[in-house]
Design a protein around this ligand. Structure first.
Ligand SMILES: Cc1cc2nc3c(=O)[nH]c(=O)nc-3n(C[C@H](O)[C@H](O)[C@H](O)COP(=O)(O)OP(=O)(O)OC[C@H]3O[C@@H](n4cnc5c(N)ncnc54)[C@H](O)[C@@H]3O)c2cc1C
Ligand code: SF4
Length: 316
């Protein structure tokens, strides 16, 4: 591990200011992703800004009738919250499908959204990786790509985003709240948080340098059958090959986001009416334009079958 300096932030604005003033700085929350990356020297921040002391741990009702989740709410606490379990069951299920109990006890709402990809070549510092070292190439394009994206990638990167929680939040139309280094707050719909990789896959989000996530807000509950189905190589402690986050209403209308298939939670609102015609039509519409590799083309079928199962469960 490379040497680094450390400070505890006194307020969200001070944290953002400190980060913007030091290009080598990173925020640290639960540390469950960042510390692993530092040990492997994939990330080597010169300065850590510990945000754990900030008052961002509340889950509170909003005036609109939704819920505001502080950036430091631990994944365990969010999944167990009675209001989340009752009104946003999808979110609770997605969280519980991720990582392990110990990790969820540490992992935070913001850290989960900003965790880095699990592409094997991103972790192998002997291999070219445009995301880790811009301009070095992408070993995955001609390599093992079974886990990687079938849609939304680029010639520079086909990594997937690994978060389960983000997939549920995308289906729920969540909004991310931030504070910028100048102290101004802004709201970013989750739909707009993640950048497409293009030819700069190391730039992963729309956040500005130093911008701190302070909360995630959920709109008022929409009811419906809420299902999170994660398909993976083993029953627990594994990232999704494919996941489906679905809210299905009695009249057949549905909101669906996919995980494990794209560099960001994948939702195509314009394709959602096709869900009334069944899983085959919906999967074709949601994944129109997919460019799988020979190793991960199976994900197209897997999405359709998982969607089929989810819709059947919702109807029952
Ligand atoms: C073995 C293992 C298995 C896992 N399995 C799964 C899984 O199946 N599904 C899943 O979804 N996840 C999984 N995870 C990932 C885990 O959920 C994440 O590591 C965790 O959610 C990250 O949260 P954290 O608070 O520890 O983030 P940190 O490691 O502290 O930070 C992660 C990133 O977020 C940034 N950051 C943190 N807080 C803020 C903020 N407030 N504003 C701006 N930037 C911020 C940090 O600078 C850093 O870049 C797994 C992790 C491990 C180690
Ligand atoms: S897919 Fe992305 S993360 Fe993986 S090696 Fe290529 S550039 Fe790196």
């Amino acid at each position: 591990m490379k040497p680094f300096t450390y400070e505890r932030a006194g307020s969200p604005a001070a944290a953002a200011r400190a980060a913007a003033g030091n290009p080598g700085a990173r925020f640290i929350a639960g540390g469950t992703n960042l510390l692993d990356l530092m040990k492997l020297q994939i990330e080597a921040p010169a300065h850590l800004i510990d945000v754990n002391g900030l008052a961002l741990t509340a889950i509170e009702p909003t005036v609109e009738g939704g819920l505001r989740i502080g950036a430091l709410v631990r994944n365990t606490d969010l999944a167990a919250d009675a209001r989340v379990r009752r009104d946003y069951g999808l979110l609770s299920r997605a969280l519980l499908a991720g990582a392990s109990g110990q990790l969820r006890n540490k992992a935070t709402t913001a850290g989960n959204l900003l965790q880095r990809t699990r592409c094997p070549y991103f972790y192998d510092t002997n291999q070219p990786c445009n995301k880790r070292r811009p301009g070095s190439g992408c070993a995955a394009l001609q390599g093992f790509s079974r886990q990687l994206a079938v849609i939304g990638g680029s010639d520079a990167c086909i990594a997937t985003h690994p978060s389960d929680m983000a997939v549920a939040l995308r289906a729920l139309d969540a909004v991310v709240e931030t504070v910028r280094p100048d102290g101004a707050a802004r709201r970013i719909p989750l739909a707009e948080l993640y950048r497409a990789p293009g030819d700069t896959p190391h730039r992963e989000t729309m956040l500005e340098p130093g911008e701190l996530i302070t909360a995630v807000t959920l709109p008022p509950p929409v009811g419906g059958a809420q299902i999170y189905r994660k398909v993976r190589d083993r029953a627990s402690y594994a990232f999704a090959l494919v996941s489906v986050a679905a809210i299905v209403q009695r009249d057949g209308t549905a909101q669906v986001a996919l995980g494990g298939v794209a560099p960001r939670p994948w939702r195509v609102e314009a394709a959602e009416p096709a869900l009334r015609r069944g899983a085959g039509a919906a999967a074709a519409a949601i994944l129109a334009g997919a460019t799988p590799t020979h190793e991960n083309a199976f994900k197209l079928t897997l999405v359709e079958r998982t969607l089929h199962q989810v819709l059947a469960e919702a109807r029952s």
